[in-house]
Design a protein around this ligand. Structure first.
Ligand code: MGD
Ligand code: MGD
Ligand code: SF4
Ligand code: MO
Length: 706
């Protein structure tokens, strides 16, 4: 720490200090939920570092958030409300006052509600802010009270969420810290080296203590390179793989009948659906070596503690829900629970049971809904409800939702009034009639729960709002008033929402001081209430052991291996594999996973580089392509003009193009989402980004632009 630096919670404490270090927490859509130390001088950010308050953060953070100041002070930052003056898509605006902007929005929304019905207004929000003071409070109240249509939040975690909750309820999973206790770690459909970096040191530590590492991923990810076994399966074939292991466990006396008898329902129907999947048959469908698959089954049966880090890569295809359910059934079948470092980790976001519903009133009428994965088609086909206003916040739908061409055509409709409330001029904001400038987490209060790391933090602002930017909570409360929808006892201040969340936080953490040990094994776990940057664990005050400190949060506290509602929902039934018919025109599978550069599309304004689609040397040779060539990647939905990069990290037959690109990263302004179908996962109505099938060829017309 530099001289003259103090660590205080309030800048007014030591006004003589040149620099102050203020606690904060990262609210981006990342499982790690880091605790931060922000160095501020004269009201401006100097540095952003990881702090040690969270044992998962342990003093280091990703480059993205280290450089978050570049977003706060960057040229793309929105500083004033503005109204469109040019064509949609051109991003020509003139600044107006907040008063004028909000009056305009309120007047237009009222008129549209009168003429077309309130369900013609659609709020479009998703993962931009994972904080609880920037979503699900005054925004939700406004749109419910108005009777606006509802957007189903399905672009991510819809299939995994259905599967996880169906089997286990909202049960907290294995904490990152406890991975060091595992003797077998399976990283399945997750790439922590990019999308949750703080798990990596715990995996390394476990490996140095002799743990085996298995990675199930079509790509040779950094962890796959260090794994004892890499199962590079064909995307979308996780279900047969998991069922084959389940079958093997039952056939070879490696199923834990005692555990299953005591703690599980649905064992027989699961066993029946797995029965068709021999190791050999699964290996063929997954394009894997049967010996490698058999090795995995043997290891998983034999080694304990065993933990599965189940990510989201396996969910983004037609079989994603059943695949996730089968993966999560594994630790139950093999009896891996009840010991530290045993079980699974998926999303912990539900485990906190936190929300502001009690403060905003949940009694408003039920309204028609629109699946966000089909929003483009909905707008283009003018499906019911007939949408005439979009209010976009916490999301960048043009760059993150499937079927980009339709999404673009929908946003370009002149008869739809679009408000975009964001921190920067996103590709979506370029289509807005009105843009509203939002504060970043460094400029407003936030309360956040981790969905990987089991931590819960309150982060006060560390700098003043930039320009005229305002927090969501305030803007939606003000709009509610201007639309004549406010009630006298409406809660709309940060302090009350904050206090309400704090109370619930203390309830879930058991006060943090309920007599249980404070995770002494790893020397962390501060417990306690939701103070600035506090880390608490749901109910135990320490990292929880599955089936010791918690039972499943299902009605009977058992794991449901064959929930009837999931079986009814999946088109072919739960655990029934939906095959694909091979396409001659589009033989390559295109996947678009997370990279280190952005969080979804957030911070993409700072990455101006030209994107490249990555393919295996065999696929490049078959098309006469060399690294750096300009190519078109296309299918029936659209095309992307970019460069090609040749890499042995890709599986033959699989192409990779990064998630979260902006229009400026490609030669024609399209990204992987222009190739992603708007079909839905078997469970939860989720996105099928990785069901994109494409062809790639050199763009001979254009050898320079990439
Ligand atoms: N740096 C960074 N961090 C992020 C994000 C980001 O964009 N950037 N995004 C955040 C968000 S919103 C989320 S949801 C999480 C996602 O976190 P992860 O689940 O870790 O990331 P994904 O990008 O979904 O893909 C994970 C891995 O799945 C593989 N994969 C693709 N298809 C399949 C398949 O069919 N089966 C299997 N087994 N693997 C497959 C991919 O090759 C990839 O290595 O990360 C969060 N963290
Ligand atoms: N091709 C492809 N596409 C994908 C995926 C994939 O794997 N492949 N993954 C999907 C996944 S996992 C997810 S989660 C989605 C995420 O998709 P989105 O929810 O669209 O997430 P972001 O791209 O991060 O955009 C969030 C926006 O919210 C803004 N924002 C942040 N904080 C605030 C705030 O406090 N107030 C307001 N008003 N705005 C704020 C940010 O500036 C940013 O522009 O993308 C999906 N898209
Ligand atoms: S994006 Fe993830 S790794 Fe980076 S600071 Fe935020 S929580 Fe930590
Ligand atoms: Mo996500």
């Amino acid at each position: 720490m530099p001289a003259n630096t103090t660590t205080v919670a309030d800048p007014s404490v030591d006004p003589t200090a040149d620099e102050i270090v203020l606690p904060s927490a990262c609210p981006l859509d990342c499982p790690d939920h880091c605790s931060l130390d922000v160095t501020v001088r004269d009201g401006a950010i100097q540095r952003i570092d990881g702090s040690h308050r969270s044992s998962v953060t342990d003093g280091f953070i990703c480059t993205k958030v280290r450089n978050f100041g570049d977003r706060v002070y960057g040229p793309e930052r929105l500083l004033h409300p503005a109204i469109r003056t040019g064509e949609k898509g051109e991003a020509q605006f003139r600044s107006v006052s907040w008063d004028d902007a909000l009056d305009h929005v309120a007047t237009r929304l009222r008129a549209i509600a009168e003429q077309h019905g309130p369900e013609s207004i659609l709020p479009v929000s998703y993962g931009g802010s994972n904080g609880m003071l920037t979503q699900g409070n005054t925004d939700a109240r406004l749109f419910r009270r108005l009777g606006a249509a509802e957007l189903l939040h399905t672009v991510c975690a819809a299939a995994t969420g259905r599967a996880t909750e169906g089997l286990y309820g909202k049960m907290p999973g294995v904490a990152y810290e406890d991975y060091v206790e595992a003797k077998l770690i399976v990283v399945w459909g997750a790439n922590p080296s990019a999308a949750g970096i703080h798990l990596v040191p715990f995996i390394r530590e476990a490996q140095s203590r002799g743990a085996k590492l298995v990675v199930v991923d079509p790509r040779r990810t950094p962890l796959a390179k260090r794994a004892d076994l890499h199962l590079a399966l064909r995307p979308g074939t996780d279900l047969p793989l998991a069922l084959a292991v389940i079958r093997w466990l039952f056939e070879n006396g490696a199923a834990d009948d005692t555990f299953l008898g005591e703690h599980a329902t649905g064992v027989e129907p699961l066993r029946k659906r797995a029965d068709a999947w021999t190791i050999e048959r699964a290996a063929e469908v997954c394009q894997l070596d049967p010996d490698a698959l058999a090795q995995f089954a043997r290891d998983y049966g034999a080694i304990s503690p065993a933990v599965i880090r189940c990510g989201w890569g396996q969910e983004r295809n037609r079989n994603g829900g059943s695949a996730t359910a089968a993966i999560l059934a594994l630790p139950a079948v093999a009896g891996k629970f009840g010991v530290r470092g045993g079980g699974y980790t998926q999303s912990n976001s539900g485990a906190w049971n936190l929300g502001a519903d009690a403060l905003i009133g949940a009694d408003e009428p039920t309204v028609p809904s629109v699946n966000m994965n089909r929003l483009g088609r909905h707008l283009v086909e003018r499906a019911a409800p007939d949408i005439r206003a979009l209010f976009v916040y916490n999301a960048n739908p043009l760059m993150t939702f499937p079927d980009q061409e339709r999404m673009r055509a929908g946003l370009a409709r002149e008869d739809i009034f679009t408000v975009v409330f964001d921190q920067v001029m996103t590709d979506t904001a370029r289509y807005a009639d009105v843009v509203l400038p939002a504060t970043t987490f460094l400029e407003h209060h936030e309360v956040q729960k981790g969905y990987g790391a089991l931590s819960l933090q309150h982060a006060p602002p560390v700098i003043a709002p930039q320009g005229e930017a305002r927090p969501n909570l305030e803007v939606f409360a003000e709009l509610t008033r201007r639309m004549g929808l406010a009630k006298t006892d409406d809660v709309e201040d940060i302090a009350t929402f904050n206090a309400h969340l704090h109370e619930q936080a203390e309830a879930v953490s058991g006060g943090g001081n309920n007599g249980q040990h404070s995770n002494s094994e790893t020397g962390n776990g501060t417990g306690g209430s939701l103070a600035n940057g506090a880390v608490v664990y749901p109910e135990t005050g320490a990292t929880p052991v599955m089936f010791r400190d918690h039972l499943p949060r299902t009605a009977d506290h058992k794991v449901h291996l064959f929930p009837a509602d999931l079986d009814a929902e999946a088109p072919a039934g739960l655990y029934a594999y939906q095959e694909e018919s091979p396409s001659e025109a589009f033989p390559l599978v295109l996947i678009s996973p997370a990279t280190r550069r952005t969080i979804s599309s957030t911070l993409g304004e700072l990455y101006r580089g030209a994107a490249a689609v990555e393919i295996h040397p065999d696929d490049a040779a078959a098309r006469g392509l060399e690294s750096g060539d300009p190519v078109r990647v296309w299918n029936d939905l659209g095309e992307v003009h970019c460069a090609v990069r040749i890499s042995r990290d890709e599986k033959p037959g699989v192409a990779f193009l990064a998630k979260g690109l902006w229009a400026h990263n490609t030669a024609n302004g399209n990204t992987a989402n222009a190739l992603a179908p708007d079909t839905l996962t078997d469970l939860g109505g989720g996105a099928c980004f990785n069901d994109a099938r494409v062809e790639i060829a050199r763009r001979d017309d254009d050898r320079t632009a990439t």
